[in-house]
Design a protein around this ligand. Sequence first.
Ligand code: HEC
Length: 144
Amino acid sequence: MTKTQIWSAAFLGIFVILFFLQKFAGTEYGSAPSMGAGMPQQNQANDSMASTEATGDVLVKQFNCNSCHGSDLKGTNMSPALVGLKTYYDRDKLINYLRNPNAYLEEERFKAYKDKFKNIVMPAYGNKDVKELGKIADYLLGLN
Ligand code: HEC
């Protein structure tokens, strides 16, 4: 091998190693989003971390609530409007609802929803960070 070839091979090797190191680090952060203890500066690692810093309205967009509830959250033919929720919820109840909507299906309002929005199911967000759901709850409770 010539000197140039040796140098090229060495550089290539370094890039490959860096690539895999980065990939490895990325998946490790991604698999444990709430175990932030030892690594406080991981926000840029992936978008689930970035969203920890996001406000409620941004989170609503990130979680794609708009795809069913409408771009202005005023409801669509697939799902109800998310305005005036403070008549029915306080913050904790709304967080609980988002984590487990099925627990509320016995309420009269939800029976009516079932008729109106046949075949569409409000997803459970029990796998999301409760802090993020709290921000979403705060945001929704402020909508009139
Ligand atoms: C796949 C469509 C869909 C998506 C996505 C969705 N929803 Fe829903 N949502 C519904 C439907 C349908 C209902 C009506 C209740 C039912 O049928 O279970 C509902 C009901 C609700 C209610 C109860 C409203 C009331 O009057 O009590 C809240 C609050 C709510 N959704 C918030 C959200 C938030 C916040 C998100 C995003 C994190 C979201 N939804 C994403 C379909 C959806």
